[in-house]
Ligand binder design. Structure first.
Ligand code: 5AD
Ligand code: SF4
Length: 344
């Protein structure tokens, strides 16, 4: 076993969602076990891990930018920095993308097994992945191609991980997956209940989708007061035609009805959401419907994402990216002012 001080040095850069953040905590442990310690700056590292995201072109570009910067630096200084690429970019394109990059090594994220005990960020809730991948195929989304079909972890394995987090001092956990409420083919409610019975102050879960939010689940949330009262429920759009083109199986009315039902059963519940701005064909009127619905729900927080066509997805194949960038910006500002401004 390497002694501290003699350890080799690793730096991990994480792009994208909370799932990647959780994966990075296992990557950190994987490298620690191989004798590496984490550095605060990539310039000090022998190995730089890039845990990439491809949900939007901008995230992808940031990974390329970092790879190129490191490559320039190692050429200029003659330092032997190894670049290791992992995350969704690897899952999707593998070899093809790599051919165009400076020399990098590939680490498929599936190599970082759930058996590796994560080195967690102590300042936040413990991130507990419960599933990975997605079967929904929203027409704009690359995730089902990059991460593959939904695979649920075994309940016992998840509960053991929660126990370990509690033992090491965590009082809050976040159960994570692309679509948590389809966990284990309808067994999310059972899982949530088992976790809620443990000695925890707060249990959150992300993301859930409106179509899988059962009455049974609402009942359990109401029953266990340590389940987070801030529920993240991605809306994406409040316009029925756009929702249909997005392949999201609900209408604005159904979404609102679900929110009202949850409100009537769970005291003090609040909502946060994801909205996709400027999906192809989103007219001013269609965007107006999103604004209207947002007003009616009264979201506490919204992650506002400007549409970016992703190669290989249905929407990129079928529709032109026809909402101009400036208009996407304007719509972003409108929603940001409506929902998020009150935060600051
Ligand atoms: N362009 C922009 N945002 C996207 N998202 C998913 N795919 C795209 C895309 N092609 C957003 C959605 C999703 C979040 C994780 O990322 O809003 O909820
Ligand atoms: Fe993408 Fe839709 Fe799956 Fe979320 S539910 S990961 S937006 S395909």
């Amino acid at each position: 076993m390497a002694v501290a001080g003699k350890r080799k040095k690793v730096y991990i850069e994480t792009f994208g969602c909370i799932q990647n953040k959780a994966d990075s905590e296992r990557i950190r442990a994987f490298y620690w076990n191989k004798g590496y310690e984490q550095m605060p700056d990539w310039k000090e590292a022998d190995v730089v891990i890039i845990n990439s995201c491809i949900v939007r072109q901008s995230a992808e570009n940031r990974a390329y930018g970092l790879i190129n910067n490191i490559d320039k630096y190692r050429k200029a200084t003659n330092k032997k920095i190894k670049i290791v690429l992992t995350g969704c970019l690897v899952g999707l394109a593998g070899e093809k993308i790599i051919e165009k990059l400076p020399p990098v090594e590939i680490l498929p994220i599936t190599k970082i097994s759930y058996q590796i005990k994560p080195l967690r960020d102590k300042k936040q809730a413990a991130l507990i992945p419960i599933s990975s991948g997605c079967d929904n195929f929203c027409s704009y989304c690359i995730v089902p191609y990059a991460r593959g079909r939904e695979r649920s972890r075994k309940k016992e394995e998840i509960l053991a991980e929660v126990d370990r987090a509690i033992e090491s001092g965590f009082s809050e956990v976040i159960l994570i997956g692309q679509n948590v409420n389809s966990y284990g083919k309808g067994r999310f409610t059972d899982l949530l209940e088992s976790v809620a019975k443990k000695d925890l102050e707060k249990i959150s879960f992300v993301s859930s989708n409106p179509w899988d939010f059962s009455d049974k689940l609402i009942g359990k949330i109401a029953k266990y007061k340590n389940v987070d009262r801030l529920i993240h429920l991605p809306l994406q759009s409040g316009d029925d035609e756009i929702l249909k083109k997005m392949n999201r199986p609900y209408t604005a009315k159904k979404y609102l009805r679900l929110v009202e039902k949850i409100r009537s059963k769970v005291d003090g519940v609040r909502f946060s959401t994801d909205i996709l701005i400027g999906f192809p064909g989103e007219s001013r009127k269609a965007f107006g419907n999103t604004v209207k619905l947002c007003k009616r729900v009264g979201f506490e927080l919204a992650y506002l994402n400007k549409y970016s066509p992703r190669k290989g997805t249905v929407s990129a194949k079928l529709y032109a990216d026809d909402v101009p960038w400036k208009e996407k910006q304007r719509r972003w500002r409108r929603l940001n002012e409506l929902i998020n401004k009150k935060l600051s």
